[in-house]
Design a protein around this ligand. Structure first.
Ligand code: NAD
Length: 258
């Protein structure tokens, strides 16, 4: 069997649960060594040990807040020291504060933008500098959202604004890093069953109202996103950069009336 990411070193942020956890597993299955980070270090350590045992690779867990540049720089430094290079960065960590526009406080606005948008900027800059130093033709994949393309409500203004920011930042980074052979793409998932989306899926009525809008007729699974990450991280997508790949079961591709 051919492993698509054999010999590669990948960082995944927010890898303790949900989509990030599944991305880490998918990269491990393809043979990559991993450096994972999250705020929830206990959960992350458990997953790292499991990945090492199951796939015979190295998976280093770090407690890092992606909105803090000093913590990011320290992690990136340590990863280069331990592995010698970084080939892949997946900016997955994200939060949502579900409040109506008129009720959002300045503190809440800053929190969402700091984690979802500033975190992508800080991590990507730190890693891209190391990729360039090491002459690594790397791949950066940002986990955005369909909420960065359409207004996804009823209560998601800062989240949507942060993800729209990620989409355009992706294109700027793709353009400016292309001369170094570094590709930068984003994935915009639709509704994926995780802790983050559980409030919208908590009862049969809200679940059914969402399902009605998804042409493929099911809620997304973390693996749906993880498979797309493997594609964008691997050489199979070597001519794709600056793209926002929607993974949503067809949800935002059409407006249909009964
Ligand atoms: N679940 C969905 O429906 C959905 C849809 C579209 C996009 N997304 C995006 O996918 C990504 C993952 O979401 P999820 O659904 O798995 O969420 P989740 O809440 O299940 O997991 C997010 C992980 O990120 C970690 N995290 C949060 N803030 C952090 C910080 N400051 N520093 C480091 N780690 C931090 C959390 O501890 C958690 O382990 C997010 O960027 C989210 O916006 C999710």
């Amino acid at each position: 069997m051919k492993f698509r990411l054999e010999g590669k070193v990948a960082i995944v942020t927010g890898a303790a649960r949900g989509i990030g956890k599944e991305i880490a597993t998918a990269l491990a299955k393809e043979g990559a060594n991993l450096a994972l980070c999250d705020l929830d270090i206990e959960r992350l350590e458990k997953h790292s040990i499991k990945l090492e045992e199951e796939y015979g690779l190295k998976a280093l867990p770090f407690k890092v807040d992606v909105s803090k540049s000093d913590q990011i720089l320290a992690m990136v430094e340590e990863v280069v020291k331990r592995f010698g290079k970084i080939d892949i960065l997946v900016n997955n960590a994200g939060i949502a504060i579900k409040k109506r526009f008129l009720d959002i406080s300045e503190k809440e606005w800053n929190k969402v933008i700091d984690v979802n948008l500033k975190g992508v900027f800080l991590f990507s800059q730190a890693v891209a500098r190391r990729m360039i130093e090491g002459k690594i033709r790397g791949s950066i994949v940002n986990i955005s959202s369909i909420a960065g393309i359409i207004a996804y409500g009823p209560a998601g203004a800062p989240y949507s604004a942060s993800k729209a920011g990620v989409n355009i930042l992706t294109k700027h980074m793709a353009y400016e890093l292309a001369p170094f052979g570094i590709r930068v793409n984003a994935i915009a998932p639709g509704i994926v069953e995780t802790e983050l989306s559980k409030s919208g899926l908590k009862n049969e009525v809200s679940r059914a109202s969402r399902l009605k809008r998804i042409p493929l007729g099911r809620i997304g699974k973390p693996e749906d996103v993880a498979r797309a990450v493997v594609f964008l991280a691997s050489d199979e997508s070597s001519y794709i950069t600056g793209e926002v790949l929607v993974v949503d079961g067809g949800m935002i591709s059409a407006v249909y009336f009964e």
